[in-house]
Design a protein around this ligand. Structure first.
Ligand SMILES: C[S@@+](CC[C@H](N)C(=O)[O-])C[C@H]1O[C@@H](n2cnc3c(N)ncnc32)[C@H](O)[C@@H]1O
Length: 254
């Protein structure tokens, strides 16, 4: 896979299959200067951008998926967030346009994610800040085992095409002379059964599943169910999950 992963196919179900921690916006707000505009790359349906606008931050969002942007436009009340179809690796903005930038759950979808980071630095003011997360990490062992068994049964498709860990982003940022600062982890607790998790994998709710054809997905889910019944037990029992999301801030002027 050499191209960025567009979420057009997820537009109809994205919002109902993703949650937003109540802690995220309060964590981000103190970092985003109110005297300038914030750019979000991979803004999607505005899951993060819309609540930021509600808190008074002017947000411009870009995405390569017009269907995701249509969902955002249908939800917004006014002109903010302003959106454009654009690729994060070639932003249609002049140098030093933005006071801050957000890259949430997107850099892993971009094979050339380092170019996207360099583009962000080009369009940020010299006192600007970039806040980023790679996505959820550190789930309980049973959850990780079910997922990795499913992907093994599906032939271990290569994933992700872009950034693998936030540590990789930190190393790149430090190499570019940026200061790195860790925000408090966002921890989300939930309850889900093995069958529910496998149903979501089989339905292809996550982009990691999109290179697997339907028949292979079905076979992988059936084989994983059989394995899990022996190794984990009751497939319908709700099991506790904890997902930890790491967010980091990167500053030019440090
Ligand atoms: C997982 S969604 C995250 C959306 C939003 N940031 C959020 O947290 O809800 C990733 C989004 O990034 C977009 N995307 C992927 N590659 C991109 C690129 N090269 N430039 C801009 N957007 C991109 C996808 O189309 C998708 O809408």
């Amino acid at each position: 896979m050499t191209e960025s992963v567009s979420f057009d196919r997820a537009a109809d179900y994205y919002d109902r299959t993703r949650t937003l921690s109540e802690h995220l916006i309060p964590n981000l707000l103190p970092l985003l200067p109110g005297d300038g505009v914030c750019l979000e790359i991979g803004v999607g349906t505005g899951r993060i951008a819309l609540p930021l606008v509600e808190k008074g931050i002017r947000v411009v969002g870009v995405d390569i998926a017009p269907e995701m942007l249509k969902k955002l436009i249908a939800k917004r009340n006014g002109t903010w967030p302003c959106v454009a179809v654009a690729d994060a690796t070639g932003l249609p903005f002049a140098d030093q346009t933005f006071a801050s930038a957000v890259a949430a759950h997107v850099l892993h979808l971009i094979p050339d994610w380092r170019s996207a980071v360099e583009e962000l630095l080009r369009v940020l003011r010299s006192d600007g800040v970039l806040v980023a997360t790679r996505g959820g990490v550190s789930r309980p062992r049973w959850h990780r085992e079910v997922r990795s068994r499913f992907f093994k049964e599906a032939g271990d498709p290569p994933w992700p095409p872009g950034l693998v860990t936030i540590d990789e982003l930190d190393a790149h940022a430090v190499g570019l002379g940026l200061g790195v600062h860790a925000l408090p982890d966002i921890v989300t607790e939930d309850s889900i059964s093995v069958n529910q998790l496998l149903a979501m994998l089989e339905a292809g709710y996550w982009s990691a599943c999109w290179s697997i054809d339907e028949e292979t997905c079905r076979r992988a889910a059936t084989a994983t169910r059989k394995w899990a019944r022996e190794k984990i037990g009751d497939l319908d029992l709700g099991r506790h999950t904890v997902e930890t999301m790491r967010w980091h801030a990167y500053r030019l002027a440090e």
